[in-house]
Design a protein around this ligand. Structure first.
Ligand code: ZN
Length: 351
């Protein structure tokens, strides 16, 4: 067992008093940085380049994240089986948790364990349920050993799989955050996101909501409905991409202006033209917070600048705010008296 002290105040106390920001999106960001392979998307980086994981955790906390989420997403038994490295399962999980615990302890942020979609769950196949539950039990066990403050179960597309994850977290006596990833038509199997969250809330989840798949525009209306349907805390962690009513998830985005991705598709490695700017993320944060949705964050595609905008929109001044934009001293567009008038005049060409 860990000798780590639980962080105070804890998740539920913080949620009672206001917003909790949770930065996610480690897979996409470390893939862009060249330390994770797109496709399998397994976080071997926690063993191969732990310094890069430390760095990104620290960048997200610097930008305003209240949570350090251990990078165990897709570090589960099935993913390691697919890449033929099951022997790395336990060291990968324990390393990821230790890295996250170190950053949580040095910063005062909360340490979250993480479990996720197993990719083996089949609704009518009991043996996959037993195997899936076993995957949750081993990962939650390691999170408990590491002294996690709470456990996130995320990106679920089956209600029963999420319920199993919740039960395992509850058995470990940890607060739970359970989020679903919605396809265009809801979950696999056709259940809508509101009904799914209600079932999880009824089963005793501390926080329910959505993460991944949908951008701010197409997640907002659903989390508002979830907020109205449950009495527990609600989570909203969109991907920072410009999804629309016609194209509600980032998996469906198609960049018609780019012929070089015609064969490979736009998701997941060519989504760049659809990235939300920081101001759109700030707007989303304000909107959900006004509606009483207190657990907010971002998923795949997020960078520290998005997290800082979210934090500032909620009235925070994280350390990274020291470097928030101030155009008054820009060489051409600045208004400061020290900027020569000649250059201010030249700057009018940008207006
Ligand atoms: Zn995601």
């Amino acid at each position: 067992m860990s000798t780590r002290k639980v962080t105070s105040p804890g998740l539920l106390e913080r949620l009672q008093n206001g917003a909790v920001i949770c930065a996610e999106g480690y897979l996409f960001e470390l893939e862009r940085r060249g330390y994770i392979q797109a496709g399998a998307f397994v976080p071997e980086v926690v063993l191969e380049h732990p310094e890069k994981v430390y760095e990104l955790h620290r960048e997200f906390v610097h930008a305003g994240s209240d949570v350090v989420e251990a990078f165990t997403y897709y570090g589960h038994r099935e993913k390691l089986r697919v890449i033929g490295k099951e022997e790395l399962l336990e060291p990968l999980n324990r390393n990821a948790l230790q890295i996250a615990a170190d950053v949580a302890d040095e910063s005062g942020a909360l340490l979250a364990g993480n479990i996720c979609n197993t990719n083996i769950w089949e609704p009518d196949n009991q043996s996959t349920h037993a195997a899936g539950r076993g995957m949750f039990e081993e990962q939650v066990g390691w999170a408990v050993d590491a002294g996690a403050d709470f456990v996130i179960g995320e990106t679920f597309c089956w209600v029963e799989e999420a319920l199993a994850a919740l039960q395992v977290i509850q058995a470990a006596d940890k607060p739970s955050v359970i989020t679903f990833a919605l396809d265009a038509d809801g979950l696999h199997g056709g259940v809508d996101g509101v009904t799914a969250c209600k079932q999880l809330a009824d089963a005793g989840a501390d926080v329910v909501g959505l993460n991944c798949s949908r951008g701010p525009a197409t997640m907002l209306p659903v989390v508002e409905e979830i907020r109205a349907a449950v009495s527990c805390h609600v989570a909203a962690l969109p991907v920072p991409y410009r999804t629309t009513a016609d194209v509600p998830t980032f998996q469906l985005l198609h960049d018609a202006s780019c012929s070089c991705t015609a064969d490979i598709g736009t998701f997941p490695t060519a989504l760049d033209p659809f990235v939300c700017n920081r101001y759109e993320i700030a707007e989303f944060a304000k909107k959900v917070h006004t509606k009483g949705i207190n657990y907010v964050g971002l998923c795949c595609g997020a960078g520290p600048h998005h997290v800082r905008s979210m934090a500032e929109a909620l009235g925070r001044t994280p350390p990274a705010s020291r470097y928030s934009p101030d155009m008054s001293k820009h060489a051409y567009q600045g208004t400061d008296e020290k900027i020569p008038d000649y250059y201010k005049d030249l700057g009018k060409m940008y207006e």
